[in-house]
Design a protein around this ligand. Structure first.
Ligand SMILES: [Zn+2]
Length: 461
């Protein structure tokens, strides 16, 4: 199977008015009545693009399609079904419009195809239809003939035309794009790391590029991943607050004219998002393993920069204190993981739960493994073992996490895990985060309710 994607943007309003998306498959085995593809219309309440005027034609000519909508939380999809069997080369073409911004729109997560002066940034799945998991040669290029001179396209997998020899057809849905008047800094001789933006930023982009390059070098070595790429995309927000989101091999963060950006205030979030490239567990039910991905992102965004000398223990302690007070004063903290996942896009307080309980559970498990093995092993061994098995296609979920701890340290942390996942109270342990800190209880004020609750105070050892 070969699949080529051609993106043809058309200018308008100083940016992109609309874009034509053309998929060409050398062949695509699909029968009459079968689903051809689906387009994500919205994700986590953020609107994506409709595949407008979708047309399909193959060796026999035009193919009729029928549309239906489905809404598996937190997504909304438009499905396209075929009127007859496909034959020979297949072309699918449709038009997308960037998201129009309205006052009061929610800014995150950053999955929308959104324009700023000169072009736009987007998650792939906001405009690329999903044709399934079939593998083959997948390529993507841009026709910039209608756009102002110097326009180009960049995605996480490369600048301009990208050819991937053996990948899933939907691979480009999982990364970020910047299209139009894209500026960038590429660091390293293999062009494996870059940072890209459209609207001219008012902060030190070079400093951020250099810091994140060092971080990426250290992290990819720690996670034993020596041949991947990583690209950061930067978007200007018309809002007063900005955030960031991670996708495959890429991260997009926003900035605005009211909140200053510096390397210092971006250090921990850049590290958090970069970690998302690696540790994950398979999600049986939505939200059942986000404690692990978010917890590991929080944990390694502290310990790896400290080990690499990119963050001082004092800086890390400030961040860990923030995580601690954020979690232990969160009024939704007694919610179970699955319940929190069900409501997290309506209640932002619940959205933060996997971060806090995940990081302290992993940090505590590290202390317990060290105690049980006389300091010989730690949570790193568990995380790296899981990563290794997953890279060989082994399905690793919550049960396998607990088993890996048992194998590596000879201890059973399933009771601790049960307390964590059901929203029970547990205290962070001294000696965690590479043994740099001690921790003791202190009174704090619960957010929204003003009740007195127990949080914890971190100090340098
Ligand atoms: Zn995260």
């Amino acid at each position: 199977m070969k699949c080529h994607i051609l993106l043809t943007p058309y200018p308008g309003g100083g940016a992109i008015d609309h874009m034509e998306v053309l998929f060409t498959f050398d062949s695509l085995r699909r029968g009459s009545g079968e689903e051809l593809c689906k387009q994500t219309l919205s994700a986590f309440t953020v609107p994506c693009c409709d595949a407008e005027g979708l047309r399909v034609w193959d060796a026999l000519g035009e193919v009729e399609v029928r549309e239906t909508i489905s809404e598996p939380y937190p997504y909304r999809y438009k499905h396209f079904f075929l009127g007859r069997e496909l034959e020979g080369q297949v072309n699918v073409r449709y038009t997308v419009h960037p998201r129009p911004l309205l006052p009061g729109d929610r800014c995150a997560p950053y999955v929308d195809f959104r324009c700023e002066e000169g072009g736009g940034t987007s998650a792939g799945y906001a405009f690329l239809a999903d044709f399934g998991k079939e593998r083959g040669k997948v390529s993507l290029s841009y026709d910039m003939s209608h756009m102002p001179e110097g326009s180009r396209g960049v995605c996480a997998f490369g600048e301009d035309e990208v050819v991937l020899r053996d990948e899933e057809m939907s691979i480009f849905r999982d990364c970020y794009f910047a299209i139009g008047a894209v500026k960038g800094i590429v660091v390293g001789d293999q062009c494996d790391f870059g940072i890209y933006w459209i609207a001219e930023p008012d902060f030190d982009m070079k400093g951020i590029a250099e810091y994140t390059r060092e971080l990426y070098r250290g992290m990819s070595a720690f996670f034993r991943d020596m041949d991947s790429v990583y690209r950061i995309f930067v978007r200007k927000d018309p809002y007063k607050h900005s955030g960031g989101s991670a996708m495959a091999c890429s991260y997009l963060f926003g900035w605005n004219e009211t909140e200053p950006v510096s390397v210092e205030n971006k250090k921990s979030i850049l590290a958090h998002e970069m970690v998302h490239n690696w540790p994950h567990l398979s999600d049986g039910e939505v939200g059942s393993t986000s404690w692990y991905s978010e917890g590991a992102a929080e944990y390694y965004s502290m310990v790896l920069p400290m080990r690499l000398g990119l963050m001082t223990p004092k800086e890390a302690m400030r961040e860990i204190q923030g995580m601690t007070d954020g979690y232990y004063t969160n009024p939704t903290r007694h919610m179970g993981n699955l319940e929190a996942a069900r409501i997290c896009w309506q209640d932002w307080r619940a959205q933060k739960l996997p971060y806090g309980r995940g990081v302290f559970f992993l940090a505590n498990t590290d202390v317990k493994i060290r105690q049980a093995t006389g300091g010989a092993r730690g949570i790193d061994d568990v995380v790296l073992d899981i990563l290794e098995k997953r890279s060989h296609g082994v399905d690793m979920g919550n049960k396998e996490f607990l088993e890996t701890v048992r194998q590596i340290a000879g201890i059973d942390v399933s009771r601790d895990w049960e307390i964590m996942q059901s929203g029970g109270h547990f205290a962070p342990l001294s000696g965690s985060f590479d043994g740099r800190f001690r921790v003791s209880p202190r009174e704090a004020v619960e957010a929204d309710t003003g009740k007195t609750v127990t949080s914890y105070l971190w100090e340098l050892v």
